[in-house]
Design a protein around this ligand. Structure first.
Ligand code: ATP
Ligand code: MG
Length: 327
């Protein structure tokens, strides 16, 4: 109503006879006010409409009723805001997906850990109960059962050590202490410790001759762990032939390679073997006391040395694990 009356007043203004200056001026003033008011009215009106659509959209997002950014639509003149909200929605969605994934990984990790702990604990429990039930007095089996229980205790201990390593590494608590040392000294310490494992399987453990003066920059203890894991793997997954340690140096780096003539790894499994708890042949690995953490630890350690592990392997054609370190 008010709006219509003001419009009428504006029309009258146009038909006021010239000469009535004061009246005319008053009318011009009224018309200006009217126009201002009209403009203001439209402005407020549109803002409210926009606000309503924004509020509606926020409610939809809050109630989780939006399932894709395309469902976020605002009036055309709010295109920039619409795009901003779409981008925000996508970012939040990505954060939520990431948190869900973390939650899944955590649950999976806990499941794997409990499963791996259960295996040796059940075995130890079984042997001890059998011994307590009378087998302790049977000289034919008592030492054998005790030996098996001790073997599983060792597996349990290895698993716990690996878990501690993984959790230290992944929580960023692994501190490396880099220094130069002669690679040959480390190799001379490691090989005699691992030789009995190779001999048990009639495998040759060979270190190809290399420059004995070669010094590398690395964390000695962590590198020892890498050699241990890779050489033990090579022995574990090789039935006949040899395991070789090959070291070559160029101007800036030493290339270290552990090569075996074992069962090999299929192309599809190679990208997964560095995942925690991943084993190509679960039963075979478990029978050998493996939990699938060794290569995950190796990968972390080598990456902490700003390098990466390269794998070349074919089924029945043996495997090569290699990495470079500064010297
Ligand atoms: N040299 C190798 N030849 C063939 N397969 C290998 C070799 N090294 C690793 N693998 C495969 O990769 C998997 C993962 O290796 P990883 O060292 O992480 O675990 P594991 O040896 O099974 O157990 P763990 O090292 O924790 O005792 C192994 O289970 C095995 O299937
Ligand atoms: Mg291993």
């Amino acid at each position: 109503m008010v709006y219509a009356a003001l419009c009428l007043l504006t029309l009258l203004l146009v038909f006021i006879p010239p000469g009535l200056t004061v009246t005319r001026l008053a009318c011009v003033f009224s018309a200006a006010c009217l126009l201002n008011f009209t403009a203001f009215y439209f402005f407020v009106h549109i803002s409210e409409r926009e606000l309503r659509s924004i509020r509606k959209l926020i409610n939809l997002i809050r109630k989780n009723k939006i399932s894709s950014p395309e469902e976020i639509v605002l009036p055309e003149n709010l295109y920039d805001l619409q795009e901003e909200i779409r981008a925000m929605y996508l970012r939040t969605q990505n954060d939520i997906d990431y948190l869900k994934k973390l939650e899944r990984v955590r649950t999976e990790f806990l499941g794997n850990v409990s499963h791996e702990l259960r295996t040796p604990i059940f075995a130890i429990q079984g042997f001890i109960e059998t011994l307590l039930d009378g087998a302790i007095n049977d000289s034919k089996v008592n030492m054998k059962f005790l030996g098996k229980a001790a073997h599983h205790t060792e597996n349990l201990n290895n698993l716990l050590n690996d878990l501690i390593d993984i959790s230290m590494i992944e929580s960023g608590e692994m501190h490396l202490s880099f220094r130069y040392f002669r690679l040959i000294d480390l190799i001379k310490e490691i090989i005699p410790e691992l030789l009995p494992e190779a001999e048990k399987k009639n495998l040759k453990l060979i270190v190809n001759p290399f420059d004995e003066k070669l010094q590398i920059l690395a964390d000695r203890n962590k590198l020892r762990q890498v050699f241990n894991n890779l050489i033990l793997n090579a022995i574990k997954y090789t039935e006949e032939g040899s395991v070789s340690v090959i070291i070559e140096a160029d101007e800036s780096a030493a290339r270290i390679m552990i090569k075996d003539t074992g069962i090999g790894i299929s192309e599809k499994d190679i990208p997964r073997i560095f995942e925690r708890f991943y084993r190509v042949d679960r039963d075979r690995s478990r029978a050998a006391g493996g939990t699938g953490l060794g290569l995950a630890i190796v990968k972390h350690i080598i990456e902490a040395h700003s390098s990466k592990v390269e794998v070349r392997s074919t089924i029945l054609g043996g495997s090569e694990f290699a990495f470079r370190l500064k010297h």
